[in-house]
Design a binder for this molecule. Structure first.
Ligand code: ATP
Length: 266
């Protein structure tokens, strides 16, 4: 599809690009606080698995631990997907890493080069952060319900680059042309649904290798930061079958479970 940065988001265009449109119920909004906040509310009201909220202008886009996710109309793609796991399935450990794998696959299929994943939830390209993943889960009558939020920079306006404290990047710099956001969203939803089907059967373990092959810090020395505790330093070995980060430290192998921790190069 041709480059068209100003192409408006359109539900019929997204539905036409989806092979199984009936699997998703897409709600396209011009503005909201946060697609994930809204979808969590809709989940409580009984919204179906496969419900999607995509929004052009988020006034309070969120990352983990109350961090801010910034986006700009026309230049970003921000959406959330609701998924209800079958009764009896264990908590979806490693889901945010599997979302990273699905995202990387969709981007690569559209020609993106140099896509890497930073544990636990960032999408990088050429070393710069082009996307953020926020997975929030709730339990409802013995079933786990996930709201998967994804924010991607198609282009990176200067005001966002200047406002963030890390190196941010844009997909348009690593793709042959700026992707159509409608097609990108459709491809991401297809990749996420395929991933979720496999995740329901086998958990994160079937994605561990695919994650490791894109691991941005493989073999590197990193520092793990968490509030109120001493940082942990060590060399990244990889991830285990639950998505925990394995770190070779002076006191032996440490297993870091995703949660309220941040990873920084040491
Ligand atoms: P970190 O990656 O620093 O450990 P995190 O994974 O907890 O943090 P997220 O919750 O994924 O971070 O995203 C929030 C952070 O991402 C913000 O604190 C900001 O630094 C950065 N950020 C916010 N908006 C964007 C954006 N559009 N592009 C790139 N980075 C952004």
């Amino acid at each position: 599809m041709q480059a068209n940065p100003s192409e408006p988001l359109s539900t019929p265009v997204i539905a036409a690009a989806l092979q199984v449109p009936e699997r998703f119920a897409i709600s396209l909004l011009d503005s909201c606080e946060s697609t994930s906040t809204l979808l969590l509310e809709r989940a409580q009201q009984g919204a179906a698995s496969g419900s999607v909220v995509v929004c052009e202008r988020q006034s309070a886009g969120r990352g983990r631990r109350g961090r801010v996710w910034l986006s700009a109309p026309g230049d970003s793609l921000t959406f959330s997907l609701l998924w209800r796991f079958p009764a009896g399935m264990p908590p979806p450990m490693g889901l945010s890493l599997a979302v990273g794998v699905a995202t990387a696959r969709a981007l690569e299929e559209m020609g993106a080069a140099g896509v890497q994943l930073k544990w636990p939830n960032d999408v990088l390209a050429d070393g710069a952060k082009v996307g953020g993943i926020l997975v929030e889960t709730v339990s409802e009558g013995g079933c786990h319900v996930a709201v998967i939020g994804l924010g991607l920079n198609i282009h990176l306006p200067r005001e966002i680059a200047d406002a963030v404290d890390i190196e941010a990047g844009a997909l348009s710099s690593v793709m042959p042309y700026a992707p159509s956001r409608n097609l990108l969203l459709a491809n991401l939803l297809k990749a996420l649904a395929a991933m979720l089907d496999a995740f329901e059967r086998s958990g994160f373990s079937v994605f561990a290798e695919a994650w490791q092959s894109r691991h941005a810090h493989a073999g590197q020395f990193v520092r793990i930061l968490a509030e109120g505790v001493e940082p942990i330093e060590g060399r990244c070995i990889g991830v285990d079958r639950d998505g925990a980060l394995l770190l070779d430290t002076v006191s032996g192998l440490r297993r870091i479970v995703s949660g309220d921790v941040s990873l920084r190069p040491a």
